[in-house]
Design a protein around this ligand. Structure first.
Ligand SMILES: Cc1cc2nc3c(=O)[nH]c(=O)nc-3n(C[C@H](O)[C@H](O)[C@H](O)COP(=O)(O)OP(=O)(O)OC[C@H]3O[C@@H](n4cnc5c(N)ncnc54)[C@H](O)[C@@H]3O)c2cc1C
Length: 385
């Protein structure tokens, strides 16, 4: 029976929940807002499938056969590109699978914008729900089981998610399928849904209105200086650049990532997915001809299936091959786990009694010397450009 003794050893992928033959495992939120499995000992038959399937306990992090091809790319459809976090390549890959009569699994916000859950879509209209990065951990639910049923009936499936979710899917399936396409992301780490929950309550109380839409990667002020955009029922909008928005500041300072993110073994070059997608940070240095600050994806292909899927979108994108290593080295989250900041424990203790804005502000405040140093470095970078 699965029992989580060390939270850093559970990424919340739901493989154990999906594999349990008696459905005795539920996911329960801890005080930080992250989900962990909890088995009902009355229903458990001690088959140990939950422990055997766990990709972390069994250190199933890599695919030794993983290929390393790199491309810079963006969708030619400008609307789609602006609605996407980087170059919109995710939507093109999904469209290809939908055209085959397949199903796409990915992360969507719940209608109240409080949580992110994995869902399946079968048509291009619904694909909009999966578009764009949502910066909180997505709940997989029974999606591994649903994907397996579709694959066993011969249907194509594209499953997208964080590298640990893709690791969980393969651990659950136990094998690859010809018609399974997996797409992961270069993942900074997943922030606490509890912090987001409190943050949205804070934004709502400031506006005295309900939330009507959320987009974490608004490109109005440019892709490289993206903003968090939140629409309200009174027609107003909150729009703040990621460096100025409190939630994004705490997320990018690694203050409230899931404990397992600090020990993530899935951040490897030998990815299990067919395709890894990321922001092509540093494109202005490597391929300035493809940089118009409206978003470019780094497409990292690992298999023949991934390559075929990518090229099936050939007429719908602008792309150029590159040495994958050049993009990997410019993307700090590609192969290195975040470091646990010393402020993390203090933050989670503060947020129990203090308002979310004040807690984030307190634990992300930089000493004045550091702030000035960073500002000077940004100015220097701009001048060099
Ligand atoms: C939590 C998180 C952290 C990220 N960290 C980095 C990073 O450090 N560096 C980097 O270069 N890129 C990072 N990305 C990936 C990047 O933001 C884009 O998602 C990626 O470049 C694909 O963009 P796109 O324009 O092709 O399509 P988009 O439509 O923007 O792609 C959306 C993709 O993200 C998935 N997704 C969205 N939210 C979640 C979620 N909560 N959980 C699981 N999957 C989700 C969707 O299923 C889909 O695969 C991160 C994404 C997320 C969700």
């Amino acid at each position: 029976m699965i029992e989580i003794k060390d939270k850093a050893k559970c990424n919340g992928c739901h493989a154990c929940v999906n594999v349990c033959p008696t459905d005795c495992i539920g996911m329960v939120r801890d005080s930080e807002g992250f989900l962990y499995p909890k088995a009902d000992s009355d229903k458990c038959v001690e088959c140990k499938k939950c422990e055997e399937v766990c990709p972390v306990l069994n250190r199933r992090y890599e695919n030794p056969a993983s290929r390393q091809e790199g491309f810079a790319a963006f969708a030619l459809d400008e609307t789609l590109r602006l609605q996407s976090s980087s170059g919109g390549i995710f939507s093109l890959l999904c469209e290809a699978v939908l055209d085959m009569g397949g199903t796409v699994f990915g992360a969507a916000m719940t209608p109240d914008f409080k949580e992110v859950r994995h869902i399946s879509v079968n048509n291009k209209e619904e694909l909009a729900l999966l578009r764009g990065s949502k910066y909180l951990q997505s709940t997989v639910g029974s999606c591994f089981k649903e994907a397996k049923e579709l694959l066993l009936s011969g249907k194509p499936v594209l499953f997208s998610g964080t590298p640990c979710q893709i690791g969980g899917l393969y651990a659950y399936l136990g094998t690859d399928f010809d018609k399974l396409y997996t797409v992961d992301i270069i993942c900074h780490g997943v922030p606490s849904p509890m912090v987001w929950d409190k943050y949205t309550d804070f934004l709502k109380s400031e506006r005295k209105a309900e939330i009507s839409d959320v987009f974490f990667r608004n490109k109005q002020s440019g892709w490289k200086t993206y903003s968090l955009s939140v629409g309200f029922s009174d027609g107003t909008r909150y729009l703040k650049k990621f460096r100025e928005d409190l939630f994004m500041k705490g997320f990018l300072a690694d203050i409230y990532l899931r404990p397992s993110c600090y020990e993530c073994g899935f951040k490897t070059r030998l990815r299990q997915s067919d395709v890894t997608l990321a922001d092509f940070w540093g494109i202005q240095d490597i391929m300035p001809e493809l940089d118009d600050d409206r978003g470019a994806s780094f497409v990292w292909l690992h298999s023949e299936k991934g390559e075929k899927l990518f090229f099936s979108a050939e007429g719908k994108m602008n792309y150029k091959e590159l040495d994958a290593e050049a993009a990997i080295l410019r993307n700090s989250a590609s192969i290195k786990a975040a470091q646990i900041p010393p402020e993390r424990a203090g933050f989670f203790s503060a947020i129990k009694t203090s308002p979310v804005d004040k807690s984030i502000l307190k634990y992300t405040a930089e000493p004045a010397g550091m702030r000035i140093k960073k500002k000077l470095s940004r100015i220097k970078h701009r001048l060099i450009k």
